[in-house]
Design a protein around this ligand. Structure first.
Ligand code: KG4
Ligand code: ZN
Length: 332
């Protein structure tokens, strides 16, 4: 059969993104516009500024992607847009745009959960990644352990009770004067530091509640900086080590509670972190699992993962009505 084509739109945070993806895993065309410059002066994402930027950028990007592919909406089998969770103004810009396109071209609409996009993205890059897999989803907004058993079948084994890990990286980087977003800069600084130098807490380590907590770690970083007793590099390295220890402890605990799946997968922006990747690879080895990390462009927010989630949903034949709601909160 001819491969299906899905148009994907992502606008839930500070990335405006559009992609055309086929059911046989080809990204035909994609565009992504980051708003880092718009938000950097404020040290974080400002929802109102984000929504306005999406409203400005989205339509021209859609046109550019369709033109580049040489396709029209009539060639698409579905239009998929992130419908949540995320900053509601931005989500509404993307979802309403998708509704208008779907209505005007009489194309089915798919309202995609952003987390489902992240959860299924590894299968876009890795055709042989089969269900079930254990997924560590670590981004600026999310920190979860999911057992992905199939399309639409997600068992959440752990989530954060306060900050997401990327948020903890960003806030700690801010304390160290590293700018926004601070994750990559903190990782770089950590390479020059001693990961054992600063005693930092491992929140919830060993806990029988299957969750994460990073707020206390961030506060401890602030105290370490204020004490004046440590170099910034030592604080960065020690923070990163504490974060890794927490991730591995929680994953070990999750693995105790389920039948070990064949694959361990990481997704989300924090998956760029090499220290975290190495620790996950070792964990996978210990448990006889295969470790998969999608390419970075698929880890951070993008529209190809939303279009791909649409492709995965197509065989189910369930589409969304034009009055489907945008949802600021939407657990998987
Ligand atoms: O997935 P993503 O692009 O957006 C969200 O959905 O949040 O993730 C962005 C997050 C930011 O918090 C950023 O600091 C973090 O990912 N990040 C990193 C690294 N690269 C990006 N954190 C640690 N180490 C990195 N190398
Ligand atoms: Zn995301």
């Amino acid at each position: 059969a001819k491969p299906k084509i899905v148009l994907g739109i992502e606008s839930s945070c500070d990335e405006t993104a559009v992609a055309l993806v086929t059911s046989d895993r080809t990204i035909i065309a994609e565009k992504i516009a980051s708003q880092i410059e718009e938000h950097a002066p404020y040290g974080g994402v400002v929802p109102e500024i984000a929504a306005r930027a999406h409203a400005e950028k989205l339509a021209p990007m859609l046109k550019a992607v369709m033109d580049e592919a040489g396709l029209s909406l009539a060639d698409c089998d579905a239009i998929a847009a992130t419908a949540g969770p995320g900053l509601i103004g931005g989500v509404m810009v993307g979802l309403v745009t998708a509704k208008a396109l779907a209505m005007a071209s009489d194309t089915p609409l798919l309202a995609i959960n952003h987390l489902e996009g992240h959860a299924l993205s590894p299968r876009l890059a890795n055709p042989d990644l089969e269900f079930p897999y254990l997924l560590l989803l670590v981004s600026g907004g999310h920190c979860q352990i999911l057992l992905v058993e199939g399309v639409g079948e997600y068992r959440r084994l752990a989530t954060t009770i306060d900050d997401a890990l990327g948020e903890a990286f960003d806030k700690s980087a801010k304390v160290l004067g590293l700018g926004y977003p601070g994750g990559p800069a903190l990782e770089k600084l950590a390479m020059q530091g001693d990961p054992q130098a600063v005693p930092l807490p491992r929140p919830l380590k060993g806990s029988k509640e299957p969750h994460f907590s990073f707020a206390g770690l961030k506060s401890a970083v602030l105290r370490a900086k204020d004490s004046g007793e440590h170099t910034d590099a030592d604080i960065a390295a020690s923070f990163q080590q504490a974060a890794v220890d927490c991730l591995i402890d929680r994953l070990e605990y999750a693995l105790e509670r389920i039948e070990t799946p064949g694959n361990l997968v990481v997704a989300g922006g924090v998956a760029a972190n090499q220290t975290i990747r190495t620790a996950l690879e070792k964990l996978a080895q210990r448990h006889g699992m295969r470790f998969t990390a999608p390419p970075m462009a698929l880890c951070t927010d993008n529209a190809a993962m939303i279009a791909w989630a649409g492709c995965e949903r197509l065989p189910l034949g369930v589409f969304d009505p034009l009055d489907v709601a945008a949802r600021p909160r939407w657990p998987l």
